[in-house]
Write a protein that binds this ligand. Structure first.
Ligand code: C5P
Length: 206
């Protein structure tokens, strides 16, 4: 079984997807980390993420074993990721790895932006996790504050909105709920409540 978890930045999809994978004992893939690796690859080589050739080169030399690297988590790398993610050649270079991962037995949970629409349109369960931009900015701020000095709320909110705009308006695989996705608004839900709703939905798809 494949469970697709999509949604905007800081909606809580990573936390939810990991918890679902643990609940069902499935494999888990954070596909945003793949785009982050490409963004980091370009920037750390001194390149510009808007440079299509540099981005494609980084995508083709991807090291998925580095998927948990702490260097991937910064806002700057997230921004670079969302720039390289606009490039259709980068997206298609990452497709094979994601699709092969999704076929792992006994099942897989993938989180991203286009899992239910492009990577795994046949996924048995599709969840689109969302929350208001303000709630997501507050969550992101709390997350950053755990690691380093926290920026101002307005700065984080503006970054979240800029990332939403870029992810939703791109021509290839934009951020949009699949027509058959279960939309889960987590604005007023605790992690446990969101997980309980997601499990109740997945149970109807098994
Ligand atoms: O989810 P995360 O914030 O780690 O993703 C970083 C960026 O990678 C996103 O803003 C998005 O532009 C891109 N991405 C994507 N498709 C995915 C996962 C992430 O375009 N499946």
């Amino acid at each position: 079984m494949i469970i697709a978890v999509d949604g905007p930045a800081a909606a809580g999809k990573g936390t939810l997807a990991r918890a679902l994978a643990q609940h069902y004992n499935y494999h888990f893939l954070d596909t945003g980390a793949l785009y982050r690796m490409v963004g980091l690859g370009v920037v750390s080589a001194g390149g510009d993420p808007r440079d299509a050739a540099a981005a494609l080169k980084a995508a083709e030399s991807l090291r998925p074993d580095k998927v948990n690297d702490a260097d991937l988590r910064s806002e700057a790398v997230g921004e670079a990721a969302s720039i390289v993610a606009v490039n259709p050649e980068v997206r298609s270079a990452l497709l094979g790895f994601q699709r092969a991962f999704a076929r792992k037995e006994p099942g897989a949970v993938l989180d991203g932006r286009d899992i239910g629409t492009v990577v795994c349109p046949d996924a048995e369960a599709k969840i689109f996790v969302t929350a208001s931009a303000e709630v997501r900015a507050r969550r992101r701020l709390a997350e950053i504050a755990e690691r380093s000095a926290a920026p101002a709320f307005d700065v984080v909110l503006a970054e979240i909105k800029a990332r939403d705009a870029r992810d939703s308006s791109r021509a290839h695989a934009p951020l949009i709920p699949a027509s058959d996705a279960y939309v889960l608004d987590s604005s007023d839900l605790s992690r446990e409540e969101a997980l309980a709703k997601a499990i109740a939905y997945v149970e109807t798809r098994r």
